[in-house]
Design a protein around this ligand. Structure first.
Ligand code: G3P
Length: 220
């Protein structure tokens, strides 16, 4: 399973990239705003920290505008940048055009398995169902991941990866793993939570204290 960071904060990306298991980064206009930085400069820097796919989102709402922005981003930004496109009919057409040109895409704001299937048919490299935002409406976002994975099982020729997004807690990630989602994108806080266990910390404390005694006894 691929683990992506969902942030445009380069300090966080450096921190998690140093662990050696970061597979990619997703950004969106809200995360770029939060970074307070120039869009292309920050995406360029992110792409220099992480070799994996870096999603940069188009902001046009019409097909021609999305295609134009996607082509411009591909021309101006490093090779590992992929184009994030909203799941609308216009976005679908832009995804088809860009994927026909061999450009990798991430179709975002997916809230139903029919949207995911149509994005896959348009040649999307990734589809991004938003779990947390569905949970926020009082429904279970994980059902959508289950539905999409079941759909994918029915059509083995689909190569589009399911990128679980809008992840709010570590249990979301564990459930996505159980369901076989290909990728999860999450904030740095969740990477840290996934690695943290009080018994690991307690175990290290015990080993360090005992090793100090081994050293003190001259047996190291
Ligand atoms: O990158 C898109 C997605 O992960 C957004 O998450 O927390 O704003 O719903 P959130």
């Amino acid at each position: 399973m691929e683990f992506f960071l969902d942030t445009a904060d380069v300090d966080e990306i450096r921190e998690i990239a140093a662990w050696g298991i970061l597979d990619g980064v997703t950004t969106n206009p809200s995360l770029i705003k939060k970074s307070g930085r120039d869009f292309k400069k920050v995406v360029r820097e992110i792409a220099s920290i992480c070799n994996g796919p870096i999603s940069a989102e188009v902001t046009a709402l019409d097909t021609a505008g999305m295609v134009e922005q996607g082509l411009a981003l591909k021309a101006e930004l490093p090779e590992n940048v992929i184009i994030k496109i909203p799941c609308t009919p216009e976005g679908l057409a832009a995804t088809k055009t860009l994927s026909d040109k061999g450009i990798k895409t991430n179709v975002t704001l997916i809230f139903s398995s029919s949207q995911a299937l149509m994005a896959a048919k348009a040649g999307a490299t990734y589809v991004s169902p938003f779990i947390g935002r569905i949970d926020d409406t009082g429904h279970d976002g994980m059902n959508l991941i289950a539905e999409i994975m079941a759909t994918w099982d029915n059509y083995p020729s689909i190569t589009t990866k399911v990128l679980a997004a809008s992840i709010r807690h570590p249990t979301h990630v564990l459930q996505c793993i159980q369901l076989g989602a290909h990728t999860a994108t999450m904030p740095a806080k969740i990477f840290r939570q996934l690695m943290k266990h009080p018994l690991t910390d307690k175990g290290i404390d015990g080993f360090m204290k005992d090793w100090a005694d081994v050293e003190a006894a001259g047996n190291a």
